[in-house]
Design a protein around this ligand. Structure first.
Ligand code: M6R
Length: 620
């Protein structure tokens, strides 16, 4: 009987058993979600409640735990991504209540924590941390003390006063049989084992112990008790249905498999992940594209007046490519919105709009909120997610998984290429139903998709050359990335990759925009990565490259194999194989991922866990 529960204050929840300890992989597997401090609470068989926590990564917690009393039947643990209060020992989770009778871990943000804290202070409560989470554990204690109710009931009553997002796990002194957990907006699953339960923010972290999961719903409280069946109640105190779902995931997908970093492994996985992404969706004999999420809602797509993509970060970049694909192949007007802006600007959404929510994790708080807004407005919502069973996947009307397997590196790589691949299939499937795509173009693009895995194998051969190039440019403090058409978003994505893992400032621009301001930045210290693969703006991009060169700028150009024109102007070239123009971002993004990766490695950065970031942004 043991649990894993983790947090990113967000929380990653992790548990310990009599036989397993923190060196087990559970909390490490959640570290991608946050890694500035970590901690664990254990309830001893004699009822003592011990909390151990420290600033740093899970490995620092492991050292800290050496020689400590780790006896316990149950435990909760957490790895944090700071929201309220700097990363330090005091702000690390778990948090004790004032009396140290209750301990809590929390993933999310309590928005009304200030009001609650003031009220608790008036009732004599003091606080050891700057977190919103400590307010919640004290509120639970206060409710329990003043009403004399059970812990699950105190959690329920306390949460009814809370505004915000949370996944919490709570244990108490004197009860080594029970964990109370609850969720609102932040993800949480209960793993159901053989005579044991697990609790986690991510099913993948506990997949080695069970394939059976219960997804705790919004506004639900799970009571996991050794002496009783699993019970889930709503905040209104009604019993909720317990629906056990199977999740198939192999452990090897969660390991580095001999690569020094997850990011490099994930870059190299792309030929295979594209196979998985298109498997069963394109008929190799007829080139016909079939997406069940489109077939099942054919009329919605055929009659759509507008498509609105909502996403964040890399998924937003992929959506910009989706905009080109859908407008040119389906003739449907498209808008691409940052989910964080969309949700707050009272957008006009009609019932014949389709909102496409794009998210690798399927847990991004802003994207999830945009989905909820769109559904309330009556739009049909289609999800393009990677994580099966994730909150966004479950909240949408229909969708298509990208099936690229777990992405652990914080910098998104294979998810981006998977998203664009799904968008290309979506555009082809819808375009054919609407009669807006010619047979020849349909066949050209779907055949190119079928050959994409080999093309990705080919392009990966540039890795050693890109590694050499990265050595030359490790000195740079700023970079500009240029691209046009389908490759303008690729330029944005290349710049994002570089900045997030190397901490070098990088900007992406449409090449023609240079002359409207950014060209003033160009000098010998400011390298430009220019994407100049064949398309109808090739000549213009070639001229932009000349303009940069004339101002002393250094050019790294991504060109088609055999291109001599840009080769002559560029200082360095990376040659890539050429396929259908609309799929070129998938190919071109690979050397850009590698460039960012190697520069970050040469700069000694923590590639998989760059500073200040978290993989899954489950807070606003
Ligand atoms: O899981 P999502 O695709 O919704 O995540 C969105 C962004 O947080 C994510 O793409 C982020 O920008 C990555 N770190 C980029 O590499």
């Amino acid at each position: 009987f043991f649990f894993f529960f983790n947090d990113t204050a967000t929380t990653e929840i992790y548990t310990l058993s009599l036989h397993r300890r923190s060196s087990d992989l559970g909390l490490h597997r959640l570290e991608y979600r946050g890694y500035d401090s970590a901690g664990v609470a254990l309830v001893n068989p004699d009822g003592r409640l011990n909390v151990f926590k420290c600033k740093g990564k899970v490995s620092d917690l492991e050292h800290f735990l050496d020689g400590k009393d780790l006896g316990g039947n149950i435990g909760i643990a957490h790895t944090r991504w700071a929201t309220h209060g700097v990363p330090n020992d005091a702000n690390a989770h778990p948090h004790y209540s004032e009396s140290e009778n209750i301990a809590l871990i929390h993933n999310g943000i309590i928005e009304n924590y200030r009001v609650l804290k003031d009220a608790l202070e008036q009732n004599g409560y003091t606080f050891r941390s700057s977190t919103d989470s400590e307010v919640l554990v004290n509120l639970i204690e206060y409710v329990r003390a003043t009403s004399g109710c059970s812990l699950p009931e105190a959690v329920r009553q306390a949460l009814r006063q809370v505004i915000g997002a949370y996944a919490i796990a709570v244990v108490e002194k004197g009860n080594h049989d029970r964990i109370v957990a609850a969720r609102q907006s932040s993800p949480m699953v209960v793993g159901v084992g053989d005579g044991e339960f697990f609790l986690s923010s991510d099913a993948a972290s506990i997949i080695e112990y069970t394939e059976d999961f219960v997804y705790v719903g919004d506004g639900e409280i799970a009571v996991i008790d050794r002496n009783a069946p699993l019970k889930i109640v709503t905040l209104d105190n009604h019993d909720a249905k317990i629906d056990i779902k199977k999740l198939q995931l192999s452990i090897s997908q969660l390991e580095k498999g001999g690569y020094p970093h997850f990011m490099l492994k994930e870059i190299y996985e792309q030929p295979r992940t594209i196979v998985d992404c298109i498997r069963g969706r394109i008929n190799p004999d007829t080139c016909e594209v079939k997406l069940s999420g489109v077939i099942d809602h054919r009329d919605r797509f055929v009659n759509a007046r507008r498509i609105i993509f909502v996403a964040c970060g890399t998924s937003w970049h992929a959506s910009l490519i989706g905009e080109h694909l859908v407008e040119s192949i389906c003739g449907i007007p498209v808008e691409v919105e940052y989910a964080s802006e969309f949700r707050y600007r009272n957008p006009i959404i009609r019932e014949d709009d389709i909102v496409v929510a794009v998210s690798q994790s399927g847990e991004t708080a802003d994207t999830l909120a945009a989905v909820e807004l769109a559904r309330k407005a009556g739009a049909f919502v289609f999800g393009i997610c990677n994580v099966v069973g994730s909150s966004i996947a479950r909240a949408t009307d229909s969708g298509a998984y990208i099936h690229v397997g777990p992405e652990i590196g914080v910098a998104s790589t294979k998810a981006f290429t998977g998203q664009v691949t799904v968008m290309a299939m979506l555009a082809l499937a819808v375009g054919r139903e609407r009669g807006t795509v010619t047979e020849a173009y349909y066949n050209e693009v779907s055949a190119a998709l079928l050959h994409l895995p080999e093309t990705m194998e080919e392009v990966l051969k540039v890795a050693p050359q890109v590694a050499d190039l990265a050595k030359i440019f490790t000195y740079a403090h700023n970079f500009i990335y240029l691209g046009r058409g389908y490759n303008y978003p690729t330029a944005l994505e290349g710049a994002l990759k570089l900045k997030e893992i190397s901490y070098i400032h990088a900007e992406g621009y449409p090449a023609a925009e240079m002359k409207h301001g950014p060209i003033a930045l160009i000098d010998a210290e400011m390298p430009t990565v220019a994407i100049a693969t064949p398309d109808h703006t090739y000549e213009k991009t070639a001229s932009n490259i000349e303009e940069i060169k004339a101002r002393g700028g250094k050019i790294i150009a991504v060109i088609a194999r055999g291109d001599e024109q840009v080769r002559r102007s560029a200082d360095f070239v990376i040659e890539v194989p050429v396929i259908a123009e609309c799929l070129m971002p998938i190919v071109v993004s690979v050397p850009l991922q590698l460039l960012a990766y190697y520069i970050a490695v040469y700069k000694g950065r923590n590639v998989d866990q760059p500073r200040n970031l978290a993989k899954s942004v489950t807070v606003e």
